[in-house]
Design a protein around this ligand. Structure first.
Ligand SMILES: *Cc1c(COP(=O)(O)O)cnc(C)c1O
Length: 244
């Protein structure tokens, strides 16, 4: 982004945001909902605090990071801007248990609870801090080896135990779809929605948050019921051109 003037970058962010919103509203209408039902997260992991502030000025209110160290850096950046009061940050990346202290109490939602072990560790830290941490269970619906998260039968078996943990509240599910394959992406997203239905029936939890969809595939995710989309390159990278 160094080759682009700051005011040009802000204009880019605003124009791109309009394009994203137009495409997103088309997609949510197809699932009988409105944009008000959707949380759009700007994934700021590849940019610095200045770009986050520029995005704030362009209208983004919610951000996501995948590493605790970057989260810390971005939260420090927010301190420089009193007008950013109320900004939201979520954690969407793999979390090591020794880094949980840097996250609990600082983010609105942890999307990446991918094992019972991690859920227990977060619950323990949250209780020690006297906070309740809202979490999503990351599920590997596509079955790709490279993806982390609970397998569908695993999460079903683990849920009673996870529900019993004080310190965390399970708000829903998160997944990542295979890249460059629209049909597989759609199957993954509808699979997560179906899995949430099953878990809802088992548990009585509301599980009304479905975090799915990124730059390449968010319109499909919205059609399949996403309530949170996580957009990185399409928000921040002028060189990224969406395929849709
Ligand atoms: C980086 C990242 C995103 C955003 O990806 P883009 O393809 O750049 O939109 C979304 N979710 C997770 C978990 C990520 O790590």
């Amino acid at each position: 982004m160094s080759d682009i003037e700051p005011n040009q970058y802000e204009a880019f962010l605003s124009d791109r945001r309009e394009r994203i919103l137009a495409r997103a509203s088309e997609a949510v209408e197809r699932s009988g909902r409105s944009l008000d039902d959707i949380t759009m997260l700007a994934v700021s992991k590849t940019v610095g605090p200045d770009e986050v502030y520029a995005a704030w000025k362009a209208g983004y209110r919610s951000f996501a990071e995948n590493r605790p160290q970057e989260l810390k850096r971005k939260l420090a950046g927010v301190e420089d801007h009193p007008d950013m009061a109320g900004v939201r940050f979520d954690m969407i990346g793999n979390l090591q248990t020794n880094k949980i202290n840097q996250v609990v109490g600082k983010v609105t939602l942890v999307h990446s609870v991918s094992s019972t072990h991690l859920a227990e560790a977060i619950a323990k830290r949250a209780l020690a801090h006297g906070v309740d941490c809202d979490v999503l269970l990351e599920c590997n619906v596509s079955g790709e080896e490279s993806k982390s998260g609970f397998a569908p039968d695993e999460v079903r078996a683990a849920l009673p135990k996870l529900m019993g943990l004080g310190g965390i509240s399970i708000k829903g599910l998160m997944t990542m779809a295979p890249a460059h394959d629209e049909d597989a992406a759609r199957r993954t997203f509808s699979g997560l929605r179906d899995l949430a239905d099953v878990l809802r029936g088992d548990s009585g939890l509301a599980l009304d948050t479905l975090s799915m969809g990124m730059s390449d595939d968010f319109p499909i995710a919205l059609e399949e019921g996403a309530t949170v989309i996580r957009l990185g390159r399409i928000v921040f990278d002028p060189g990224y051109e969406p395929a849709w």
